[in-house]
Design a protein around this ligand. Structure first.
Ligand SMILES: Nc1ncnc2c1ncn2[C@@H]1O[C@H](COP(=O)(O)OP(=O)(O)OP(=O)(O)O)[C@@H](O)[C@H]1O
Length: 343
């Protein structure tokens, strides 16, 4: 079942002073299935926040349609949007907690707004704080908490009205790597144990790869590509995706590094994309050997996406030129993705 659907959505803003037009989203279509974690990755200005604001009905599309469940949220009057929004939780980069309220008071707030009585409110707050591991901090104020703890309160508050959809807007961008991992693990539990669909936007591939099932890469208001985590990031088709992969995996040498490698290594330099295929590396080594080519690894990195290997290795190849040519031709014929780096 589809939980969120965007169909040919465009959003144009008019800039204040000069009245110029900014195309924030340009013909965006995507489907988020019920119960999945869907990641949206893009650089600053790619249109991610605009997309989130369309999903929770804070903005309406200039053209196209946004559905949440069976409802076209952009077409609903504000009163009905508010009702629908109760089924959508939000968490933010800066946590957006009330400083004057206690931890318990923050989590209770949306329940109060929804008109839920004291006894039920207290029960739910205790259950939620227990779920996020902060029951013992119920009476503290946000400033007494670490960033990670604040975000856990944010998550408890977002879940208070028992939404089926959670929107996470750069929810870990203000946190250090260890705390980020803890918050992402909690989001994983929210998804698995409570069955909540999560749409997570970020500019970091490491965030997406930790939790998302499927992803969309956004670039300049458009979806550059989308699919499963592995398909999109193991074999990038767009420049934007390749850029994120290079940044996160650091498996390919930068132009500066390549220049240095060329200077220090006299042989031919070739980068080979690693495939998640049994015996891939052995086959590679055997091909070089068969053609009397010595292959030394001079750069590279192998990592995992959805428990499958991704990355690349850069070799210095030495031996007879015809042997190297024949080995590379054999590998190419076998579907190996390789790049000669000698320039
Ligand atoms: N209310 C608005 N009025 C005018 N322009 C806007 C408005 N909201 C967003 N934009 C513009 O739309 C484009 C996309 O912005 P958006 O905030 O959605 O991107 P983003 O990917 O979330 O970036 P960031 O991570 O920096 O917030 C930007 O060029 C931005 O300046």
């Amino acid at each position: 079942m589809t939980h969120v659907r965007l169909s040919h959505v465009s959003k144009t803003f008019t800039r204040g002073r000069d009245g110029g037009r900014v195309v924030a989203l340009d013909d965006v279509s995507l489907d988020v299935a019920e119960g999945e974690v869907f990641g949206i990755i893009g650089h600053s200005g790619a249109g991610k926040s605009t997309l989130i604001r369309l999903i929770n009905g804070l903005e309406s599309p200039t053209s196209g349609q946004v559905f949440v469940g069976d409802h076209e949220i952009g077409a609903l009057p504000e009163r009905d949007r508010r009702g629908l929004r109760r089924d959508i939780g939000m968490i933010f980069q800066q946590f957006n907690l009330f400083r004057s309220r206690t931890v318990a008071g923050n989590v209770a707030y949306p329940l109060k707004v929804a008109g839920i009585g004291r006894a039920e409110r207290d029960r739910r707050v205790a259950r939620l704080l227990d779920f996020v591991g902060l029951l013992d901090r119920a009476h503290d104020h946000p400033e007494q908490l670490s960033g990670g703890q604040k975000q856990r309160v944010g998550i408890a508050r977002a879940l208070a009205t028992e939404p089926s959809l959670l929107l996470a807007d750069e929810a870990t961008s203000a946190l250090d790597p260890k705390t980020t991992a803890e918050v992402l693990a909690l989001l994983g539990r929210v998804n698995r144990e409570l069955g909540v669909t999560i749409v997570l936007i970020t500019h970091e591939l490491d965030v997406i790869r930790a939790v998302a099932d499927r992803v969309a890469v956004m670039d300049g208001g458009r979806i550059a590509e989308s699919g499963t985590l592995y398909d999109v990031f193991a074999h990038p088709k767009s420049a934007a995706t390749a850029d994120f992969v290079r940044g996160a995996l650091r498996d390919r040498p930068s132009p500066e590094t390549l220049a240095r490698l060329r200077h220090t290594h006299g042989g031919r330099i070739v980068t080979v994309a690693i495939r998640d295929r049994t015996g891939f590396q052995t086959a590679l080594a055997r091909t070089f050997l068969e053609h009397q080519v010595a292959a030394g690894i001079i750069y590279g990195g192998i990592s995992e996406l959805q428990e499958r290997a991704v990355g690349s290795l850069t070799f210095e190849l030495t031996g007879p030129d015809e042997g190297i040519d024949a080995a590379l031709a054999a590998l190419r014929a076998d579907g190996v993705d390789l790049t000669e780096e000698n320039g």
